[in-house]
Design a protein around this ligand. Structure first.
Ligand code: ADP
Ligand code: MG
Length: 218
């Protein structure tokens, strides 16, 4: 059964037709990548799946959430409870340490912070950013911030993990580590994983590759 079920999804910004009848289906616990050039509509589609952007036409279901019918509060709850987001551009708060940034979703969700913290430390070791945890975002590199972002998105083991150019700021060795970690965690934890990228190095790790060209998915 599909976990993500998108039928004829369209999105326009003014006269700009960004998504043109996108059909997309992804089974629970599986992984796929959408590859496409810059401006083709990848981020817009990812934001719609993650409940950050609304569609203009068509339908999209994620699990039993009918995204086109949900109000803003329902979408916010859906994002908090079900979705981990790795954004292309980092959203780390500069007044908090990296660890505190990572722990924000756990605190907001009233989760057991101790349990989350040991999981986080393991991920940080694996990604080579353990020594960054007590520092502030401005004290670490863009590539390290990217990995801190990833750990934050993974911290609550979301049912759905959405990644927008997750390796955008990383060198090829770290890109490989991040991509392999995403796939491994998805397989181990049954997380449904959707990545969008223009990067061939990322997409070649995936069995399922879709292509986005000018808002048309194939
Ligand atoms: P990609 O992620 O593939 O680079 P995007 O989804 O970011 O592509 O953008 C696709 C098109 O939609 C571009 O023409 C972009 O300018 C436009 N677009 C994206 N977001 C907005 C927005 N919030 N307002 C207006 N136009 C937008
Ligand atoms: Mg984009």
């Amino acid at each position: 059964m599909s976990f993500i079920d998108a039928t004829d999804v369209t999105k326009t910004f003014g006269k700009n037709h960004v998504l043109n009848k996108v059909n997309f289906h992804l089974e629970s616990g599986s992984q796929c990548v959408i590859k496409g050039a810059s401006g083709s509509g990848k981020s817009t589609f990812l934001y719609i799946v993650g409940g950050l952007e609304r569609l203009n036409g068509g339908n999209i279901f994620v699990g039993d959430h009918d995204l086109s019918k949900m109000n803003d509060d329902q979408l916010a709850r859906y994002r908090n409870e079900a979705v981990g987001f790795v954004f292309q551009f980092h959203f780390l708060l500069s007044s908090l340490t990296n660890l505190e940034n990572i722990l924000l979703p756990a605190r907001l969700g009233k989760k057991k912070v101790n349990e989350v913290e040991s999981y986080i430390t393991g991920l940080a070791k694996r990604l080579g950013v353990e020594e960054c945890l007590e520092k502030y975002p401005y004290e670490i590199s863009g590539g390290q911030q990217q990995r801190i972002n990833l750990i934050r998105a993974l911290s609550l083991k979301p049912a759905l993990l959405l990644c927008d150019e997750p390796t955008g700021n990383l060198d090829s060795a770290n890109s490989e580590v991040v991509t392999e970690l995403l796939l491994e965690l998805s397989e181990k934890q049954g997380t449904t994983l959707l990545v969008v990228t223009h990067d061939e190095e990322v997409s070649r790790h995936f069995d399922r590759v879709y292509h986005m060209v000018d808002g048309v998915l194939s």
